[in-house]
Write a protein that binds this ligand. Structure first.
Ligand SMILES: Cc1cc2nc3c(=O)[nH]c(=O)nc-3n(C[C@H](O)[C@H](O)[C@H](O)COP(=O)(O)OP(=O)(O)OC[C@H]3O[C@@H](n4cnc5c(N)ncnc54)[C@H](O)[C@@H]3O)c2cc1C
Length: 303
């Protein structure tokens, strides 16, 4: 007889591990798959996550994995390449050269921030090139902020970071509307009509941005609103997704396909660590209830 697990959880970030903790403690058989790195691992210290503020992300994840192991959930360092729904309601989860059969699938695959192709961008990302002041605005408050990136989110980002510093400059060739310019003017936010083409480092730290127009713009912190896309196309192959490829879910984390659930950034681009962790705790009971109902259906058919 083939081995079937109650849940295949794809992604071992905070959302996937939190789901695994719930299901392990619900006495369900579950396997977590992860073939890459989590989004939080680009930073040096986790911020704004109560109880863990200032902790290196590797330590947070290592503690979380140890808690999950305590309840018998296996974590496999393998990427899931595809999930095939079967007519009998089970799912074939393909990973490496193997297939695992699962009664449910939880997508905890996260998202990818699409960064501009500037040299040194990966070195600065999560350190001096920042994504949201909620995470690390406090650490650089009052410094000279420069904002550049995706035009549609520039005005929002520039005015948002202004709450952490009164010295904010936007660098963009975008044609802002009068209303947008008014908003920036009211906050004394300068706009330099140019395009950032390079990052200038002093040792390990970013100290300026170079532009197509030949300027070097000193900055204490650079903020970049970036486009985001699903980190995996599994959701698009299984259920309804939005224009970023993230799964559309209901309040119980259920997708449009019965037995497939989604949590954390795989469904919600705005989820911070606390939300992603809570999403796992929220989806857990719905996965267990789904398994219970399928078992009752099976017994009804067989009686
Ligand atoms: C620069 C930066 C700084 C941040 N700082 C903070 C902060 O200080 N505080 C805070 O609360 N939040 C912060 N965040 C947000 C935080 O990173 C996310 O909230 C969190 O990572 C979401 O967790 P997740 O489990 O949903 O996704 P992730 O942590 O991204 O985990 C998804 C996992 O799924 C894996 N995966 C994807 N596809 C597959 C596949 N096909 N098979 C197997 N595995 C797969 C990936 O490798 C990854 O390990 C920050 C984000 C960024 C970009």
């Amino acid at each position: 007889m083939e081995l079937v697990v109650d849940a295949a959880i794809v992604g071992a970030g905070v959302a996937g591990l939190s789901t695994a903790l719930f299901l392990g403690r619900a006495d369900r058989s579950a396997i977590v798959f992860d073939g890459g790195t989590t989004r939080i691992e680009s930073v040096e210290e986790v911020r704004e996550y109560l109880g863990f503020d200032g902790l290196p992300p590797q330590e947070l994840l290592s503690r979380a994995r140890a808690e999950v192991h305590r309840y018998g959930v296996e974590i496999k360092r393998q990427r899931v390449t595809s999930v095939t729904p079967r007519a009998d309601g089970l799912f074939e989860v393909h990973h490496g050269h193997s297939v695992t059969m699962a009664r449910t699938v939880v997508l905890a695959t996260g998202l990818i921030d699409k960064l501009p192709p500037l040299s040194g961008v990966s070195k600065a990302w999560g350190r001096d090139l920042r994504v949201c002041p909620c995470f690390d605005g406090y650490e650089v408050r009052g410094k000279r902020f420069v904002v550049f990136g995706v035009p549609k989110r520039l005005v929002h980002m520039a005015s948002w970071v202004w709450m952490w510093s009164r010295d904010v400059t936007v660098v963009s060739e975008h044609a802002f509307t009068d209303a947008e310019l008014d908003r920036l003017r009211l906050l004394d936010i300068d706009v330099i009509a140019d395009e950032v083409t390079g990052l200038v480092h002093s040792g390990e730290r970013l100290e300026a941005l170079s532009t197509r127009g030949g300027k070097s713009i000193a900055c204490g912190a650079a903020w970049i609103p970036a486009d985001m896309v699903a980190a995996s196309d599994l959701a698009a192959s299984l259920c309804d997704v939005d224009d970023m490829g993230l799964a559309r879910i209901d309040s119980g984390g259920r997708t449009s396909r019965a037995g497939v659930f989604a949590v954390g950034n795989a469904a919600d681009p705005a989820a911070h660590l606390a939300h992603a962790s809570a999403a796992g705790t929220n989806v857990g009971p719905h996965v267990v209830m789904y398994l219970l109902e399928r078992e009752i259906e099976r017994r009804t058919t067989n009686q």
